[in-house]
Design a protein around this ligand. Structure first.
Ligand SMILES: [Zn+2]
Length: 802
């Protein structure tokens, strides 16, 4: 309920009051929070008034329903006696300049613990900027692959919102940066000033390609890059998007107009589509400088993906100062040349495996990981201190792969994990999975541009918002320990943050978020400020604790920023016993997210160590919350079903693709980890333990969830398994033969009902999911049935087959 309404869920719903309680929960008290959570059941009030904030600078919480005291209508009607007492820091705040009517009821109503404010005056300079998309296209691929990719790009262009600029970089061994634009026939320029028709007739398309042949990292220096392109830095920041009078698509004074076309202009759009249509794959013999075609089959393409990414980022940094930009990398294979090299172009050399990385037995892994990590940090504009921004542009990197081989996602993932972009991995640009995911990427980003958001309540939308800030304040019996997610610490260490840096993203209560969508989730960890096991400690912790999340984000219309405020009140164990407050679903997800976070911060960490740590956590939980006789192993029991369920999930987590690398490539693992870190509790649970739904002719209109056991797979039933990354429709042996034998539709109406219902259920699951799952239809005994069999309880499976 609370997750639906406030988008927040804790592993322990009663906070510890003593040291020993903290130890018993392994010091792991946390929540999964979805800042832009939206549900139809609980519409979020949207307020057009300024938020009322606590005057204590260390706190600056927003007035909320848990306010200690509030006096809005004092009897003597003297302004000075209007006040409210902050429930987080106990500061008494006057409401001197407030008209009581301006305090809208939702702010203090217990039904709206989440509220949203329109901030009219916040960061005005970065409003009204265009949407910017740079396509970064790999040309090392077959003609039919590229044709399919070109179609997808062109379709996406047609669905982009107004005020979108597009640019293009292509790469193989060298990198092509397209300078685009129009030149005017100067003689007619003034005469036809007001007659657009004539101007467009006189202008001609202009295209110049800058070629970069990068061999080492020094060649990627930003200043050198700007010099090569003769970009005048002073032109960078002066452009005022707000005053339309400045906007002249033919004015070449502003550097962006040399490299980006505005889709609002039909001619620009036409030329961009023409440009995409004109792309050709690189000829392998030219790419390899092997015109005799002697070695082609033993070599990979020479591909400079790393340098191409660096040049894209350099370009964005050089020509936009206050904008939101997205780089869309369309990759058809691994980087085989220059900085960011994943594997050499000699096919005899294999691309690194998990085993190679774990044994530190790789030629390139260390250097290339470091290169992409540095590139990711450069997105923060100032590598050392993200607080200092000399450029307010926000760049989001998206990596889309259409190839069967690995392309180096494992090394490149810091780029997406930090910037909040997406990773989509498919076997080919020709697959439906790629085509639909690609379109969905754009639809989900921009769908709300079409509907002007004028309603009082925020409508459900999926768009991403660049340039966000998350701030958390806590009551004085709590400290913030750290955060996992695509957010960067702003190093605002105060009394609210704990002194131990839990996740390298601690020592703060404020984080910058480059790109935030309603799908993005953050794991935040807290420490109860216990003293000892004494009564004093219990008294200090009191009966409850308060946490307030404030998220500022730029609305996707680019016309204003908004502030989302969620305030939650949690009881302590003085009120509810720990045992009864356990949310096993949130607990397993937090545990897995912590594990992934460890893997991401240390690429050489042993996955087995992470699994062992999970086991230790489980054992500790058993020791602290189970009942047992020390002398009798069989005596062990939990008196709360939640702990049993937790044990079952730990079992599945150990076998899931999240922690088990056997059978996965590093790129696949990176994709799973990226998605898991971003997702909310219910999606994460599906990644750990799939659901299996049964459709039977006995009850054709019912969908029955069944256990992941071989015994569940009845021969006459149809099943739908949802494993998040793939959805399987599985036909039992008899069901499959009925399906294929063209039964009479009137006689076997029940069978036709479950045939339709099972497919519809699968479609329903796939429809709203991002990244799109693979869809598999298979029968009992067929090879694809392994997707179901591999998720079943193995003991049970063997028993069945004995
Ligand atoms: Zn306060």
């Amino acid at each position: 309920d609370i997750e639906d309404r406030d988008g927040v869920r804790f592993n322990w719903n009663a906070f510890p009051t003593t040291r020993s309680e903290e130890v018993s929960i392994s010091n792991l008290l946390g929540c999964v929070y979805t800042p832009l959570n939206n549900t139809e059941d609980y519409p979020i009030p949207l307020l057009d008034s300024s938020p009322v904030t606590c005057s204590n600078k260390l706190c600056s919480s927003v007035l909320n329903p848990f306010v200690k005291e509030i006096s809005l209508y004092p009897t003597n009607n003297i302004n000075t006696s209007r006040y409210w007492v902050c429930p987080i820091c106990n500061q008494r705040n006057t409401l001197l300049n407030f008209n009581p009517d301006s305090i809208q009821l939702p702010q203090i109503s217990l039904n709206s613990t989440t509220c949203e404010y329109i901030l009219h005056d916040y960061k005005k300079s970065s409003l009204f900027s265009p949407n910017i998309i740079l396509f970064l296209v790999d040309l090392c691929l077959e003609q039919d692959e590229l044709s399919s990719l070109k179609k997808s790009i062109i379709t996406s262009i047609n669905s982009l919102p107004q005020n979108t600029l597009v640019g293009l970089i292509t790469f193989d061994s060298i990198i092509h940066l397209y300078e685009l634009g129009f030149s005017l026939d100067n003689k007619n320029k003034n005469k036809n000033k007001n007659k657009n028709q004539n101007i467009t007739e006189k202008k001609s398309f202009f295209k110049k390609i800058h070629i970069f042949n990068i061999k080492n990292e020094n060649q990627l220096n930003l200043k050198k890059f700007q010099k090569i392109l003769a970009i005048n830095e002073s032109g960078l920041s002066n452009y005022d998007y707000q005053s339309k009078s400045n906007f002249n698509p033919y004015n070449k004074n502003f550097p962006y107009q040399r490299f980006f076309l505005n889709l609002d202009n039909q001619f620009d759009k036409f030329y961009f589509i023409k440009l995409i249509n004109g792309l050709n794959p690189v000829n392998k013999s030219i790419n390899l400088h092997d015109l005799n075609n002697s070695n082609l089959s033993s070599k990979r393409f020479l591909r400079s993906t790393g340098s191409a990414l660096a040049i894209s980022i350099n370009l964005m940094k050089s020509i936009f100062s206050d904008s939101n930009a997205k780089i869309i990398l369309l990759s058809a294979g691994p980087c085989t040349q220059g900085p960011g090299l994943i594997v050499s172009n000699d096919l005899k050399e294999n691309i690194r495996t998990h085993n190679d990385i774990q044994k530190n037995n790789t030629k390139y892994f260390q250097n290339s990981s470091l290169f992409y990590k540095k590139l990711a940090l450069s997105l923060l504009n100032n590598d050392k201190n993200p607080l200092v921004y000399n450029n307010n542009s926000i760049i989001e990197i998206n990596i889309l792969v259409g190839c069967y081989d690995q392309s180096g996602i494992y090394e490149m993932q810091p780029l997406t994990n930090l910037s909040g972009g997406s990773i989509i991995v498919t076997d080919s640009f020709k697959t439906n999975l790629f085509k639909q995911s690609f379109l969905k990427l754009f639809q989900s980003e921009f769908s709300t541009h079409i509907n002007k958001d004028t309603s009082q309540f925020q409508s459900q939308n999926l768009s991403s918002h660049q340039d966000s800030l998350l701030k958390i304040s806590v009551s004085n019996n709590l400290k913030i320990r750290g955060l996992i997610g695509n957010a960067t610490s702003l190093k605002n260490h105060s009394i609210m943050s704990s002194d131990d840096e839990f996740f390298k993203n601690g020592l703060t209560n404020e984080w910058k978020i480059l790109s935030l969508s309603p799908r993005n989730n953050y794991s935040i960890f807290f420490k109860a400020d216990t003293l000892s096991n004494s009564i004093q400690s219990k008294n200090k912790m009191g009966n409850d604790a308060l946490i307030q999340f404030q998220t500022i984000y730029k609305h996707s219309s680019n016309t204003h920023y908004r502030l989302r405020v969620t305030t939650v009140k949690k009881f302590t164990t003085n009120v509810i016993p720990l045992k009864q407050s356990f949310d096993f679903e949130c607990a397993i997800v937090l545990l897995a997210k912590c594990g992934i976070n460890k893997i991401l911060s240390d690429p050489y960490i042993k996955y087995n160590d992470i699994i062992q740590e999970t086991d230790k956590n489980l054992i500790k939980l058993g020791l602290n919350f189970g009942n047992y006789d020390k002398n009798d192993l069989n005596s062990f029991s939990f008196d709360n079903i939640n702990f049993y369920s937790f044990t079952e999930f730990v079992y599945h987590l150990r076998r899931s693709n999240i922690f088990r690398i056997f059978g996965s490539s590093p790129d696949e693992t990176a994709f799973y980890h990226h998605t898991f870190l971003k997702s909310n509790v219910s999606d994460c649970l599906l990644m750990i333990q799939p659901t299996l739904l049964s459709f039977s002719i006995q009850q054709p209109d019912e969908i029955v969830p069944v256990h992941l056991k071989a015994a569940s797979l009845l021969k006459e039933n149809i099943f739908v398994m949802d494993a998040f990354f793939y959805v399987v429709v599985y036909y039992g042996e008899y069901a499959a033969s009925w399906r294929d034998s063209d039964l009479d539709k009137t006689e076997y109406v029940n069978f036709y009902t479950i045939l339709e219902n099972s497919r519809n259920e699968a479609i329903e699951i796939i429809k709203d999911r991002f990244p799109l799952p693979r869809y598999i239809e298979t029968d009992e005994g067929k090879s694809q049935a392994r997707f179901v069999m591999s998720k079943l309880d193995p003991d049970d499976f063997f028993k069945q087959n004995e």
